[in-house]
Design a protein around this ligand. Sequence first.
Ligand code: CP
Ligand code: NVA
Length: 309
Amino acid sequence: MSQVRHFIDLWRLAPEDVRAILEDAKRRKAARVGKPKGWVDLDAPGRDRVLAMIFEKNSTRTRFSFDAAIRQLGGSGIIATASDMQLGRGEPVEDTARVLSRMVDAVMIRANRHEDVERFAQVSSIPVINGLTDKSHPCQILADLQTYEEHRGSVTGKTFAWVGDGNNVCASFIHAAPKLGFKLKIATPAQYHPDLYDLTRAQQDGADVKIVETPQEACEGADCVVTDTWVSMGDLDYDARMDAFEAYQVDDALMALANPDAVFLHCLPAHRGEEVTDSVIDGPQSLIWDEAENRIHAQKAVLAWCLKG
Ligand code: CP
Ligand code: NVA
């Protein structure tokens, strides 16, 4: 069981594995320039492999990128909505994991509760990939870092500003910071701070990661400004959030505080006019479409890494 390579959180991976996955994503992207979307990578590391994809929450990018990714690696995929599975009627996560371990070669799960992905992995004899939980979104961050590096070079030593909710995507940025050596300044309202345990672990691992007082302070001198929705899937306090985040909108004035060549990232879906203005998300510093595309390349690298184990 210990040989199985799960991809649940970046903080669990060795820095060299995170870097290797990122470089593989870039290599795979470069190798298929001009090829049709269904063309299979020459090394086909997913040949004869089947990936199950389970969704407890909605998805566009994660769903299509994983499905396209396993095909481009030479394998095939099965997508299921959890509510259509016996999982949705209360079959234990562990029993589902034992059954799928007999039927497919890897599983990607988008789950409401992070602990369910952990429970699945504990008994799974096949790799388990976190396709977003309430706690983290590691696949997204790989695509984000790939996007930054394609446009601006290594993230090491660069400063990222996170503005808005200290949510699952923010957590994965915190997890990645000590692995790749970028600095992270986080501006969130006090009641929506990221998990302080995550923060402390990253700091103990040598990362320059901190919470700052204002969005302005976060963006000053930043090389990359990142935000996400103020209301994630599963959040019920919509009105309270709209009030709390009002001063956290990424607009031109905030971007003007960042370095002149700073870029803007957003995992999408975006709520224009809430966490970001049209002028920023559709402006010259925004890399969101490359970022969305890179989900495929990053997912392929994650799958290849897991299947290699
Ligand atoms: N960014 C992201 O994970 O998008 P989806 O929710 O569409 O998968
Ligand atoms: N934080 C968002 C990310 C969506 C991709 C959510 O969890 O809904």
